[in-house]
Ligand binder design. Structure first.
Ligand SMILES: Nc1ncnc2c1ncn2[C@@H]1O[C@H](COP(=O)(O)OP(=O)(O)OP(=O)(O)O)[C@@H](O)[C@H]1O
Ligand SMILES: [Mg+2]
Length: 635
């Protein structure tokens, strides 16, 4: 077995760390840098370049240089997010079969997972060289606000890079680990993470070795790149005004201006003014070469970007409200992410929190170090008994007939958790039922991410309403969802397939399939106010989610009153339908399918610092995996 490292796979920069002799160590690259640019390119000669060498040639080869690809991973090609990106990114994006974004570099087409895998492979190679050892396991961090699809995509990328992904860990939780481990703290902290592409705020309680997330929120489309864009647009406008030439269509010029804007922005964190000088940016109509020569002040940059900072503060405000905690109850504030070095950000966070931020963590390295601590522990090389208890970043639910979302799992509810739901047939001899599952904070499903469309088929012929299919939704401690289903009467597993969607409309409903939508919903069981004792523990075995296998018990008791039997996590499924799913679909009209009540989540005790299996299912409820929302450990 090789070594296990922690990887902060960033939008702009990635960083890796390892536990070495009981201490975390950031892995440095040949030139001594502790981060590697998250950039992928193919040069004129057809060579694949990753990291600094890819970034260096970006200005000359913008069309074949892929930057900030983390913004696209796990997203739908037709989303508003991708529309925005298309306007500012220099490389070509195509639509994949499953509505995912593909990127064309030279004449080759890559999935986002392949691009991330190339970056992860580079990190692994560098780490192997630095350690003179094999590296084959990793904890990879993701923004806390990543949804299920995005998390799964990162997992897949790790696998493509030949890594066993021990866990997908939330970035702020990792930063908290780096900050708190070994200090015997009893504190409530806030982690404000403004990186290159994403923003997260998390409120976390640290009690010695237990790290419990109270609430989390963020914006996966807000980061340093947006600050650069503002300055870049200002430069373009200034140039247009001065010379009457619009450079917005010149990809090489855009790339040069973006680089210069980022450098100026960084300088303005320490200087009150600087100069943007880009020689020979274009030629005037008469052939005269033109330069960009502009002075920019910190005040101007702040004016151009104040609303971006406001957005982060508004999110903080909301998350404190959701957490039901006052700012005065927070003992320390961590600033993470390179963009948090901006003086305006520091001022605003300080004003909001009523205290200066902690100096206790390095904003560039804390996430990778936290990941390394976790990796070390999960790889089974330590006795540290730290427990991480995370929450679900945004609700997961199903559609109601009126197009609103019936929430099965609430935002900020502790993980892991499960719910069951009974579906019934609405026609005589109905053989299939379809169910769409969404994640997002909107009331309307169409505005949320469609995680997948499941078709439960092979239902035994019977009278209308005579067959009851019990579906169990299980979210593991990483925030990844799995599904199983069984015929309630016979106990037989019901076959399910994950249908990938068609453009814009989601999965097309086969003629013989009735879609299940919630009409008169019985209230969903309130999220249980507990942490199940299966949260990831650094002491325990790898954070193996209780995934399902052919002979695995289903995860929920048929009768909520029946005491769960203690069994270990069942084996993984042999087959796992992919979930690079479809676009949000408008609700289809669907006859009169019915759904029955959702079983309440079982009560259990809180904060158990050792991993234990999830409440087990009634032994009679043998199920085979029907669908995986996520391929947890690849296949
Ligand atoms: N001194 C500085 N002042 C302002 N911004 C800075 C400074 N140093 C770095 N940045 C910005 O921080 C961003 C990179 O931060 P970081 O490396 O934390 O992000 P990332 O991990 O790549 O992204 P994410 O965490 O969002 O996926 C870039 O936009 C960079 O321009
Ligand atoms: Mg980061």
């Amino acid at each position: 077995m090789g070594r296990a490292i922690g990887i902060d796979l960033g939008t702009t920069n990635s960083c890796a760390a390892i536990m070495d002799g009981g201490k975390p160590r950031v892995i440095t690259y040949k030139g001594g840098e502790s981060t590697i640019p998250s950039v992928f390119a193919i040069d004129e000669g057809g060579r694949q370049l990753v990291g600094a060498e890819a970034k260096r040639q970006a200005q000359l080869n913008p069309v074949n240089t892929v930057m900030a690809s983390k913004r696209l991973i796990g997203r739908n090609f037709h989303s508003k997010t991708i529309d925005k990106v298309k306007q500012v990114f220099t490389y070509e994006m195509l639509e994949g079969d499953n509505n995912e974004v593909l990127i064309k570099v030279k004449d080759e087409v890559f999935t986002l997972e392949q691009i991330s895998a190339a970056i992860l492979t580079k990190i692994r190679d560098v780490a192997e060289e630095a350690l003179a050892d094999t590296v084959d396991q990793a904890v990879i961090t993701v923004p806390a606000y990543f949804n299920d699809r995005q998390r799964q995509a990162v997992r897949n990328a790790g696998r493509l890079a030949g890594l066993k992904v021990l866990r997908v860990l939330n970035e702020p939780t990792a930063a908290a680990l780096a900050y708190g481990l070994g200090k015997n703290l009893s504190q409530r902290i806030a982690v404000y993470d403004l990186g290159g592409g994403t923003f997260d705020i998390s409120i976390i309680d640290i009690k010695d070795r237990i790290f419990e997330v109270i609430a989390t929120g963020g914006d996966t489309f807000l980061g340093g790149v947006d600050f650069d864009d503002r300055l870049m647009k200002w430069v373009l406008e200034s140039f247009l005004e001065e010379h009457g030439i619009d450079l917005a269509w010149d990809r090489v010029a855009i790339q040069r201006i973006r680089d210069a804007a980022e450098s100026a922005k960084i300088e303005l964190s320490t200087l009150s003014s600087t100069r943007i000088h880009i020689p020979l940016i274009t030629r005037a109509d008469d052939g005269t070469p033109l330069d960009i020569e502009l002075d920019v002040t910190r005040a101007r940059l702040e004016e151009l970007t104040a609303d971006l900072v406001d957005r982060t503060i508004a999110t903080c405000q909301r998350i404190f409200g959701e957490a039901g905690t006052g700012r005065e109850q927070v003992d320390d504030v961590l600033l993470v992410g390179g963009q948090s070095r901006m003086p305006l950000v520091q001022r605003r966070v300080q004003d909001f929190m009523g205290r200066p931020p902690s100096k206790g963590v390095n904003p560039d390295e804390a996430v990778a170090i936290g990941a390394a601590i976790m990796a070390h522990s999960l790889a089974g090389t330590t006795n540290a008994d730290v427990t991480l208890l995370d929450v679900l970043p945004m609700p997961i639910g199903i559609n109601k007939t009126d197009g609103t979302m019936h929430v099965l799992f609430q935002k900020n509810q502790p993980l892991p958790d499960y719910k069951t739901r009974t579906l019934t047939t609405s026609k005589v001899n109905q053989r299939s039922i379809m169910l769409r599952i969404y994640q997002g904070e909107s009331r309307l499903v169409a505005e949320n991410e469609l995680l997948g469309t499941f078709v439960f088929s092979g239902i035994r012929p019977a009278a209308r309403g005579a067959v009851q299919i019990e579906v169990t939704f299980h979210i593991d401690s990483e925030g990844i969802l799995n599904l199983t289903a069984r015929d309630k009467e016979t106990g037989q597993t019901v076959e399910s397939t994950l249908k990938l969607g068609q453009q814009g409309g989601g999965a097309k409903r086969p003629d013989d399939v009735e879609e299940d939508k919630t009409q008169q919903m019985p209230p969903v069981a309130a999220p249980a106010p507990f942490h199940m004792p299966v949260a990831s523990s650094l002491a325990g075995p790898a954070v193996a989610p209780p995934a399902l296998g052919p002979m695995a018990p289903s995860l929920a008791p048929a009768d909520p009153a029946a005491p769960p039997a203690p069994v270990g996590p069942p084996p993984l499924a042999a087959t796992t339908p992919s979930l690079m799913g479809p676009a949000p679909a408008p609700a289809e009209s669907s006859g009169d399918a019915h759904t029955a009540a959702t079983a309440p989540a079982p009560a259990t005790d809180a904060l158990v610092p050792q991993r234990a299996p999830p409440p087990a299912p009634d032994p009679g409820l043998i199920g085979k995996v029907m669908g995986f929302f996520k391929r947890l450990f690849g296949g």
